[in-house]
Design a protein around this ligand. Structure first.
Ligand code: BEZ
Ligand code: FE
Length: 420
């Protein structure tokens, strides 16, 4: 351990305990974290005072239970969500849960009202819950929570009763649901203290676009956690936690027709919005490009078609990521993925002496290998071989890129499918 230098310390940290490690996934993650953090320190050369300030920052956030919020404002939660749950078929896009869910919200039968007492402008949200192919799902349970019209969650506001704007309820025999609420106000993340000072110095505001959180559960279906937003909200394009998705934006309409007010037993205008949710059957696997869980997992046979993504990490280096492309049954013509828009197809042959040093992808493109093998090395030191039938999605358009070379001095045939 003696005589460590700036060049050897990272390897020393990564190899400490290596022989006795019991959790390969944790080890893989921590090694990459050490590489990334050591790389940052080498590049930014923080002073000791900056190091102490950084530790104090994390300590304060930890004490105030705000580490989750830090992950949210840095876009980490949104990125994990985007990687794990892209939209598939009619399945509703997921979204981050945020820190303010409470279990055991009161369960209500129809008609469902999310709050106690009276509020100025009621909003009715209704729709249907179906599976990914549009088949209605009776008995699906919605668990909904939101702020009141002034942007305050019940647990932050002594004027609201316990569990106000938090309710659970189920779809009827046709898979329909409806609840009465109010349009939530935009909400500001905690702005006193270290987190507020940190974001202010970055020129960032702390407003979340007004939203309603929804969790839906139904036996046999992947639980869905998502949020609903409102067209016209001033923070749709600058949500502090980067979680707004176009497909999740509601378009409420104002109802003033006296006959319709009477039908609802109301003496003042109200608004109405419709949103249909689609759930993904568990038996079809995760509706997502799955992050590789562990080397053991990687060796398991994957359902669907595996595409290996080459992407640039925050460290400016290229990395591999194996993604499972889900296929859905289309009876006679087999199982199909969702269509992927492409711009051209280029057939390609490379010679047996092909050896292309560090370079990045010229554009986003699939590379479908037809014949022969290629060996690709990326900046984190990993080298992998791809042969007949392997599919690569090259997206590392920035950073150092990767090295590609022919294997066994043999020519190779492949196809580029360009995406943009
Ligand atoms: C929220 O949904 O209210 C929330 C999400 C992320 C961080 C803080 C709050
Ligand atoms: Fe929220």
């Amino acid at each position: 351990m003696a005589h460590l230098t700036t060049n050897t310390i990272s390897e020393a940290v990564k190899s400490a305990g290596r022989d006795k490690a019991t959790n390969p996934r944790l080890q893989q993650c921590v090694n990459r974290l050490v590489d990334a953090l050591h790389g940052l320190i080498q590049e930014l050369k923080p002073t000791e005072a900056e190091m102490i300030k950084t530790v104090e920052f994390f300590t304060e956030l930890g004490r105030k239970d705000q580490i989750q919020i830090l992950a949210d404002v840095l876009g980490l939660s949104a990125l994990v969500d985007l990687l794990n749950y892209p939209k598939v078929g009619r399945a509703t896009p997921t979204d981050v849960e945020g820190p303010y869910y409470r279990e055991d919200a009161p369960f209500r039968k129809s008609p469902v009202k999310l709050y106690e007492g009276d509020e100025d402008h009621p909003l009715f949200i209704k729709g249907r819950i179906t599976n990914h192919e549009g088949v209605p799902l009776p008995g699906a349970v919605l668990d909904v929570w939101q702020t009141n019209g002034r942007g305050l969650y019940e647990h932050q506001d002594p004027t609201q009763p316990q569990y106000n704007f938090r309710r659970r309820f189920a779809t009827d025999a046709q898979g329909n649901y409806e609840f009465q609420t109010v349009q939530p106000g935009p909400y500001q993340l905690p702005h006193g203290g270290a987190l507020g000072i940190f974001l202010a110095q970055l020129g960032r505001h702390l407003w979340r676009s007004a939203h309603i959180h929804v969790k839906i559960s139904k036996d046999g279906y992947a639980p869905l956690t998502t949020q609903l937003f409102f067209r016209g909200d001033p923070y749709l394009d600058s949500d502090a936690v980067f979680s707004v998705k176009e497909e999740l934006i509601l378009n409420p309409i104002r109802i003033e027709d006296p006959a319709r007010l009477r039908e609802r037993g109301l003496d003042r205008p109200y608004s109405e919005a419709e949103f249909n949710f689609g759930l993904w059957p568990k038996e079809l696997g995760q509706p997502a490009y799955r992050l590789a869980a562990s080397p053991a997992d990687l060796s398991k046979k994957q359902e669907g078609i595996t595409v290996t993504r080459l992407y640039t990490g925050p460290d400016g280096e290229s990395h591999f990521q194996d993604m499972d492309t889900p296929l859905t049954s289309k009876q006679t013509i087999g199982r199909l993925s969702e269509p992927i828009r492409a711009t051209s197809i280029i057939f390609r042959e490379t010679d047996g002496d092909y050896d292309y040093g560090w370079h990045h992808a010229p554009r986003r493109q699939y590379i479908i290998n037809l014949e022969g093998e290629v060996e690709i090395t990326v900046g984190d030191g990993t080298t992998r071989r791809f042969g007949t039938g392997d599919v690569i999605l090259a997206e590392d358009q920035t950073g150092r890129g990767h090295i590609s070379r022919a294997m066994n001095k043999r020519p190779r045939k492949s196809i580029f499918v360009t995406l943009d």
